[in-house]
Design a binder for this molecule. Structure first.
Ligand SMILES: Cc1cc2nc3c(=O)[nH]c(=O)nc-3n(C[C@H](O)[C@H](O)[C@H](O)COP(=O)(O)OP(=O)(O)OC[C@H]3O[C@@H](n4cnc5c(N)ncnc54)[C@H](O)[C@@H]3O)c2cc1C
Length: 384
């Protein structure tokens, strides 16, 4: 067994670490307050190639594998989670449908613009009646000659307001639904009948917006079906393929934040003096640190191993769900202990612990809740 991270990925990790320290960390509070990432930071992300992390080099991306992508996200989420969200949605769920199932023409048309960061993308699946039950989408695309006409409402769509392009999942045959009646479309934001609705108010992840997307007689040509004519009705598989891959990167995001919280707690517990000694010397505080470190260690091994397997072409449905489930729930437990170790200061907005606690609560919910991950794992365990 070789546990070494390859040299090229180590260098990438170092570059991102420097970027986080020099450029992101100093503005993290301001971004939180203003609920906005400054354009010059987005520009630096473009220059670093972050918008094209997992897009193959032939389409202008960096072509990192899953492990490489996880390592980058782990570093980025040691600071405000919104920075990762700004690039991750575009790199990940927003564009993976095109990469996995798109026609060569679609890949050549869209991927270079996405990889360069010229165009941000979003993934529009969720709706008021279709969350975990993704097959129940009500947004409908009706065929009209060589066009489809899309009508419906999406909600909770990350980057929906800044995206120039959306992967839209719509029902094309209400009888068949997930068995051949759902289609994935690529829809440019400039298409008439495609609007941004309300920007939703959230518990955390300030700096990253989620919003409604409205389709009102939005006409798109058949060429905009991801994969073209033969993929009409096959969009549920495209959507599930996209989400499968996202599970590992979600685990990496949770891991990075948990790691940062542990670092903050170790430092604070050595400095904070009560009853005449640093609180780190109290066994109950030490136990919390030990539990945090142990869980992070376990999560990291699980995640890297699953990413490594995927990079070797193995099917990792079960492993990816396990890593997402464990790492995201583990990070919430770590955040809870971090608030406890910081005491009253952990509850104050002056320190980042409070923000991490709120932001981390999202990870066991989106891109498949913990309950859905358990269903997937159990299904994989018991299938014939
Ligand atoms: C900040 C944020 C950003 C998001 N970004 C995007 C995005 O970019 N694109 C997008 O399409 N969506 C996005 N989402 C939506 C997200 O993926 C959904 O919220 C998530 O899938 C859960 O769906 P739901 O909210 O409708 O909850 P529900 O599906 O209503 O679930 C409610 C509860 O019931 C449980 N439950 C549901 N079904 C089952 C079952 N079969 N077995 C056991 N338990 C079950 C759930 O686990 C959960 O605990 C985002 C959400 C948030 C909060």
């Amino acid at each position: 067994m070789d546990f070494e991270i390859p040299e090229s990925l180590r260098m990438m990790q170092e570059t991102i670490r420097r970027f986080v320290k020099q450029d992101l960390e100093p503005i993290s509070d301001k971004v939180e307050e203003e609920d906005n990432i400054p354009e010059e930071i987005v520009q630096k992300m473009r220059e670093l190639g972050l918008f094209g992390l997992s897009i193959p080099e032939e389409y202008g991306g960096l072509g990192l594998g899953t492990l490489g992508e996880c390592l980058v996200y782990e570093e980025l989420t040691k600071t405000n989670a919104c920075f990762r969200s700004r690039i991750g949605t575009s790199n990940g769920i927003g564009s993976m449908g095109i990469l996995f199932d798109g026609t060569e023409g679609q890949k050549r048309k869209y991927l270079p613009r996405i990889a360069s960061g010229e165009w941000t993308t979003c993934f529009a699946l969720s709706e008021p009646e279709a969350g975990s039950d993704a097959g129940n989408v009500q947004t409908a695309a009706e065929r009209d000659g060589d066009h489809f006409v899309i009508n419906g409402l999406k909600h909770f769509i990350t980057n929906g307001d800044v995206a120039s392009l959306a992967t839209v999942i719509a029902v094309t045959d209400k009888k068949k639904r997930s068995r051949g009646g759902i289609t994935a479309f690529v829809v440019e934001k400039s298409t008439p009948g495609f609007y941004t609705g309300t920007i939703e108010r959230k518990m955390g992840l300030r700096g990253s917006h989620t919003c409604e997307l409205i389709f009102d007689n939005c006409r798109v040509p058949v060429e905009n079906v991801i994969g073209g004519e033969p993929m009409i009705g096959q969009g549920f598989k495209t959507a599930m393929g996209v989400l499968d891959k996202g599970r590992l990167t979600m685990g990496a995001c949770a891991l990075g934040a948990a790691h940062k919280l542990l670092e903050l707690c170790v430092e604070y517990s050595k400095e904070r003096v009560q009853f005449g000694k640093p609180i780190a010397r109290f066994q109950s505080v030490g136990n919390m640190l030990a539990d945090m470190a142990t869980e992070i260690y376990a999560g990291r091994q699980m995640l890297y191993h699953a990413a490594w397997l995927r990079d070797r072409g193995k099917m990792v449905i079960k492993e990816a769900s396990m890593a997402k489930l464990f790492c995201t729930e583990m990070a919430c437990r770590v955040a809870d202990k971090a608030v406890q170790i910081f005491g009253g200061m952990g509850y104050m907005k002056d320190l980042p612990v409070e923000r991490f606690y709120r932001d981390l609560r999202l990870y066991p919910i989106y891109e498949g809740t913990s309950e859905i991950q358990r269903l997937v794992i159990a299904r994989e365990l018991t299938k014939d």
